[in-house]
Write a protein that binds this ligand. Sequence first.
Ligand code: DGY
Length: 323
Amino acid sequence: MAKPRVLVTRRWPAAVEARLSEIFDVQLNLADKPLAPEDFRAAMQEYDAILPTVTDKIGAPALELDRPHTRILANYGVGYSHIDLNRVNEHGIVVTNTPDVLSECTADLAMTLLLMVARRAGEGERELRAGLWTGWRPTHLVGTKVSGKTLGIVGYGRIGQEMARRAHHGFGMTILVYNRSPVAPEVLAQCNAAQVDSLDELMPLCDFISLHCPGGGANRHLIDARRLDLMRPDAFLINTARGEVIDEAALSHALWFDSIGGAALDVFDGEPNINPQLKNSDRLVMLPHLGSATREAREAMGFRVIENLEDFFAGREPRDRVN
Ligand code: DGY
């Protein structure tokens, strides 16, 4: 029987590409550039499976097809708000993602950002590299203590819970949770966390707020000017979820007028383009979408995609089907 034809839209870790090539008839994207919508559409006529990433915007232009040949989009990543599920569902295409395997590494990065912005690590590094450091002094780059403070977690899925573990068990932080649905008491108890009823209630209670909810239309600008205004003037906002969750113009305004303590972002609305206003603030730490960027997580994500594909082509329900 012919092997399923599989298109990988970006370069993946070598070990995963090698394994994929053993099992499937694989086309790699050696240029490692996002496919244009028309190329994606053409690929949908040709491949049995397409393995996209967050850089493939799979909406109307890429899906304007009568009867696509592709039967599964096995996403490399846990977030899938770049895939228009309504349109994909019209074509009966299966979509899978890669949960679990990147939760710890993404939470590690969220904690890194929290520490960086609280302790002004980005400012310090920039100063030192620019040759502007004049030596130790008591008032130099004085930041904010992290241990024992209150952390609000927005979205208490796997990554949110990993973040809570690090903050509570490592730094003695008090954990408050906002989640759309009730979180099981035994899950909250693991970090002595308390769930609040609304995001508006959470915002003014926290020294740090870390976003771990899905992106997409429903959560677009969940953190808007009004909610930023509810934050304490010395509180920090951390985002490793999706850029669109924050209204970046409102955030730039809040940073500019010192109405919050600072922010640390790993994701941006319209990335890799960055709202130029954001770059004006010294109290903003920015990283280029590195949440899951460890050798271990990136390999595990690839092998999880393979598992989903093997299930699908063997006629079994893929474990990470999302639609
Ligand atoms: C994820 O897994 O969602 C990462 O952000 C990359 O897409």
